[in-house]
Design a protein around this ligand. Structure first.
Ligand SMILES: Cc1cc2nc3c(=O)[nH]c(=O)nc-3n(C[C@H](O)[C@H](O)[C@H](O)COP(=O)(O)OP(=O)(O)OC[C@H]3O[C@@H](n4cnc5c(N)ncnc54)[C@H](O)[C@@H]3O)c2cc1C
Length: 292
């Protein structure tokens, strides 16, 4: 199938995009890399009157280290492509979790076009970036006709393909406060073939002082309608030594915690029961890998 007819405007500034969104309301759609939007237009799941192309807006592109007035942050602009994240020295040094995750996003041709912001706003529960953004305690920076607002990544994803972003808003990018980043991280996803969407995936950020876990962020993706934080397992780890994380007793407690706390959801090919099994497998692998 082909998309229904639409008008097209390529804007150069955020204000131009906001003004068109204001004028057209639900009849307009922003387009970034088009890797998710164009298939949905072709399948006629959506038929906007106007596509507003953000590819001319330089302000939305790139990865920068900057100060937000109080602290140093890494800012990943919404129009930064997956490939730019993959190739970035700043990401490799400061946000290695993203570097570990990015090869799992589709294939290079799609990563050359698909963007950070497109993936975050699309809110696909199987996508890697939303879970990573939560594990890294990222903050979404959002523009609307009334000004800017910020929202923690953990509060941004509301439901299947649904975020807190309103129809007249644009995601500018995501901030990561350098002092909030934890030193150890882990990423794994289970997929049928490399580049396929995950059957189930896990991201972990962890901080320890002298081998004792002080903070843990454990976030699953592709198991429910949004990324899922495993708060009970996080609490089980805090206060334990890294060495203990490979002990079967603690592993079993964490497996039981994630399997009871996270209500998994089936997808087209995998049952909820299978996903519940896999989240236990993933936490065991993560703990054994992070243990020292
Ligand atoms: C074959 C295939 C395999 C894929 N596999 C994976 C995978 O394994 N993992 C994964 O995570 N993704 C995967 N993707 C999706 C890919 O990562 C997309 O790039 C991404 O989901 C959307 O990014 P985009 O830039 O293409 O956004 P678009 O498709 O252009 O837009 C997506 C949505 O976001 C909105 N939007 C875009 N930018 C903004 C903004 N700045 N502010 C507000 N709204 C905005 C658009 O209006 C639209 O609703 C795959 C895609 C394909 C085609």
């Amino acid at each position: 199938m082909k998309a229904a007819a639409f008008d097209y405007r390529k804007v150069q500034t955020i204000d131009q995009a906001l003004s068109l969104l204001q004028d057209f309301g639900d009849n307009a759609k922003l387009i970034a890399g088009g890797q998710s939007l164009l298939p949905s237009l072709n399948m006629r799941l959506s038929a906007p009157e106007l596509l507003i192309d953000l590819n001319g807006v330089d302000e939305l592109k790139g990865i920068k280290v900057r100060s937000d007035g109080h602290q140093e942050v890494i800012f990943v602009g919404a129009m930064t492509t997956h490939t730019e994240i993959e190739d970035s020295q700043i990401i490799a040094e400061k946000l290695p979790l993203l570097k570990k995750a990015v090869p799992h996003i589709a294939h290079r041709a799609i990563r050359n076009l698909g963007t950070w912001g497109g993936s975050i706003v699309y809110g696909d529960p199987a996508a890697e970036w939303p879970a990573c953004a939560i594990a890294l305690d990222g903050v979404m920076v959002i523009a609307s006709p009334d000004g800017q607002r910020k929202m923690k990544a953990k509060d941004f994803f509301k439901d299947l393909y649904t975020t807190d972003l309103q129809a007249n808003e644009i995601l500018l990018g995501t901030e990561f406060v350098i002092s909030s980043l934890l030193t150890c991280d882990y990423f794994e996803e289970l997929a049928r073939r490399h580049g396929d969407y995950a059957i189930a995936g896990l991201t972990v950020q962890l901080e320890h002082i002298a081998g004792i876990v002080k903070e843990a962020r454990i976030v699953y993706f592709s198991v429910a309608s949004t990324p899922m934080i495993a708060s009970q397992a996080q609490n089980l780890l805090i206060g334990n030594s890294l060495a203990k994380m490979k002990e079967l007793d603690l592993i079993a407690q964490c497996q039981s915690a994630v399997r009871s706390e996270i209500q998994t959801m089936s997808d087209l090919t995998n049952s909820a029961k299978m996903k519940t099994h896999l989240i236990g497998v993933l936490i065991e692998r993560a703990l054994k890998s992070l243990a020292k």
